[in-house]
Design a protein around this ligand. Structure first.
Ligand code: SF4
Ligand code: SF4
Length: 188
């Protein structure tokens, strides 16, 4: 879904905005598009609608478009957006609510890359005890878009590295062994 396509068919539906506000318990109308959620989200590279734009869609009542977005399935529920929101909107919970609603209404998404994304996410988590975003982004991009995809995303990665947004070395996590044990138990 492109932003251009979203803009083409905007017909505000306040009742649908109220519906998702009631279901999530979050005051979505309070969002003033500061973009802090998007700027902190570690997986925007795999989203078709970044978090602050998704919030805008919901404000306009474009609920069906939100439910069909890849974003709600790509969201890793890390809650970074929630902790950054100056209006105390629990965006991670909104994402969760959208996933539940999507399943309840039997909505089929065009999302083919979700399994690839989840695999890249989990394998990075298993190796390091927490997600190492650059590694996950490279693995995901290679598997979903091949070398061409990687070439297209390289500029964004380099720019983020220069701005200090991503670190090349994986994080040191004290509970790394415990995380590995959890994976072993689940596998058994
Ligand atoms: S909870 Fe989802 S949308 Fe929010 S920062 Fe984490 S991955 Fe991004
Ligand atoms: S951080 Fe909060 S107020 Fe800012 S764009 Fe995201 S949801 Fe809206």
């Amino acid at each position: 879904m492109t932003v251009a396509k979203i803009h083409e068919k905007i017909i505000p539906k306040p009742s649908l905005r109220k519906k998702i506000e009631e279901l999530s318990g979050q005051k979505i109308s309070a969002c003033f598009q500061c973009e802090k959620c998007t700027n902190g989200c570690p997986v925007t590279f795999a989203m078709d609608v970044v978090p602050h734009r998704l919030m805008r869609m919901l404000q306009l009542g474009l609920l069906d478009e939100a439910l069909r977005s890849d974003t709600i399935w790509v969201c890793a529920s890390c809650e970074t957006c929630t902790t950054r929101c100056p209006n105390d909107i629990d965006i991670a919970h909104v994402m969760d609510t959208l996933r539940q609603l999507s399943q309840r209404e039997g909505i089929k998404t065009a999302q083919k890359s979700a399994p690839i994304f989840h695999s890249a996410f989990l394998s990075s988590l298993r190796r390091h005890g927490r997600v190492h975003e650059p590694e996950m982004a490279v693995v995901y991009t290679l598997r979903s878009g091949g070398l061409n995809g990687l070439r297209k995303q390289a500029g964004t990665g380099i720019a983020m590295f220069r701005r200090g947004k991503i670190k090349l070395l994986p994080p040191r996590v004290s509970a790394g062994r415990q995380v590995k044990n959890i994976f072993k138990k689940v596998k058994k």
